[in-house]
Design a binder for this molecule. Structure first.
Ligand SMILES: NC(=O)c1ccc[n+]([C@@H]2O[C@H](COP(=O)([O-])OP(=O)(O)OC[C@H]3O[C@@H](n4cnc5c(N)ncnc54)[C@H](OP(=O)(O)O)[C@@H]3O)[C@@H](O)[C@H]2O)c1
Length: 383
């Protein structure tokens, strides 16, 4: 199957790309990170001393999971943003208003134990905030992406894999150069605070709060029931991370003051598209019948992996390493994974609470019903 490279983007912008902490590959160092409480368990208060944490952003998708986990673990949070995205969130938390692009005044003269930066995409802006804050913070956690990686054809690649570069390093076109700009942003943070930066490289972030609607296609479609188009032969390895597991772990990375580059995706053991869809289907009542359709046939029918069939890419050629990135560093540093069944159930429950206007967007990814029906009919006719 052909895949438009621009569509394979793992970010909160359009569709996505892959990751490192500066040009030197740094493994994590720090005290061991304490394990998360089991999913569903009451939030445990941290045994570590309360920290002051500045979140640059904090009100989109991942940011709220970081803030919620930090507050639950007894930390003091400050948000810095423009006040545009979900302005009513976290009224109990200190909020500084400004703009990463040229208006950082509200940060001047302030100190924090750590900064979490989920909203940095442009190296110039990451450099500006990191340099301003460097003298008065201890630790900078930069949220990057696996889209920093230059290639996706290597099986079992780890954090030492080469990252994307830009022929014009002054470009700030995030849509066109998401991975390369994230890689340069990692390097900008590391240059401003050598040895004090954790670069977190998540894979596809899923679960409640996801505004992209990518993973949400699967639980909503499976919950509707009937015959569901499933991609390939089911054996494709897939990786993802529930935003709540990621947010909780980022806070524990802060507590441990861990630094270095870590791929943040799971689960711990390799899973396939078939096992994921079967688990989700069971969790949602088992009303769906999955029909697995050959990748080459999907290609002939003009069906796009990743965008129309989210989470999945035909893992051949340039994408032979898809779904096999190593996550051993993050797991050793305490990253844990709730069952996909929980994520599926919680995503459907969350979507039911989202205002109608937002729900459309949160469900906008995935193959449209009439196209799915046509492709399924053609597949059967062919057989
Ligand atoms: N989604 C995925 O599957 C995926 C995969 C891999 C990596 N990632 C990475 O994960 C992160 C997800 O980020 P998120 O959007 O969920 O983070 P977030 O922190 O929850 O939301 C973005 C925040 O940035 C603020 N912001 C935007 N522009 C700003 C500016 N110019 N100045 C100050 N604040 C600004 C927004 O508030 P205002 O609008 O009010 O300013 C908002 O609070 C990204 O780094 C992405 O690259 C995502």
């Amino acid at each position: 199957m052909t895949i438009d490279r621009r569509n394979f983007v793992l970010g909160s912008l359009a569709a996505g790309a892959a990751a490192a902490c500066g040009s030197r590959d740094r493994g994590p160092t720090a005290a061991p990170v304490p394990a998360a409480a089991p999913a569903g368990a009451p939030a445990a208060t941290t045994a570590t001393p309360s920290k002051s944490i500045l979140v640059l952003g904090g009100t989109g998708f991942l940011g709220p999971h970081v803030v919620t986990a930090a507050l639950a673990r007894g930390h003091k949070v400050t948000l810095f943003n423009r006040g545009k995205t979900h302005p009513g969130l976290f009224p109990e938390v200190e909020r500084l208003q400004g703009d990463r692009d040229g208006h950082l005044e509200a940060l001047a003269g302030r100190s924090w134990d750590a900064v979490v930066d989920p909203s940095g995409y442009v190296p110039r802006l990451v450099k500006a905030s990191a340099e301003l804050l460097a003298p008065r913070i201890g630790h900078y956690v930069f949220v990057s992406t696996i889209s920093v990686y230059a290639r996706h054809d290597v099986i079992d690649a780890d954090e030492s894999a080469p990252v994307e570069t830009l022929s014009d390093p002054t470009s700030e076109d995030v849509k066109a150069h998401y991975g390369a700009l994230k890689a340069l942003s990692e390097q900008a943070a590391e240059a401003a605070m050598p040895g004090r930066v954790a670069c977190i490289r998540p894979g596809l972030i899923i679960g409640p709060g996801d505004p992209t609607g990518r993973f949400s296609h699967w639980p909503t479609r499976l919950a509707e029931g009937g015959e569901v188009l499933a991609p390939g032969d089911g054996s494709t390895p897939v990786q993802y991370i529930d935003g709540r597991d990621l947010g909780d772990w980022i806070v524990r990375v802060v507590e441990a003051r861990a630094v270095g580059t870590m791929n943040a995706l799971g689960p711990e053991r390799r899973v396939t598209m078939r096992s994921v869809l079967d688990d989700c289907n069971r969790a949602l009542g088992g009303a769906a019948r999955l029909t697995w359709v050959d990748a080459a046939f999907l290609d002939q029918q003009g069906v796009e992996g990743w965008s129309e069939l989210p989470m999945w890419i035909d893992n051949k050629g340039d994408y032979a390493g898809f779904g096999t990135l190593r996550n051993a560093r993050a797991v050793a540093a305490g990253l844990t994974f709730r069952p996909i069944a929980d994520t599926a159930r919680d995503t459907v429950a969350w979507l039911a609470t989202v205002p109608e206007a937002e729900r459309g967007k949160a469900r906008s990814s995935g193959i449209k019903p009439d196209k799915e029906a046509k492709v399924l009919a053609a597949w059967k006719a062919r057989k």
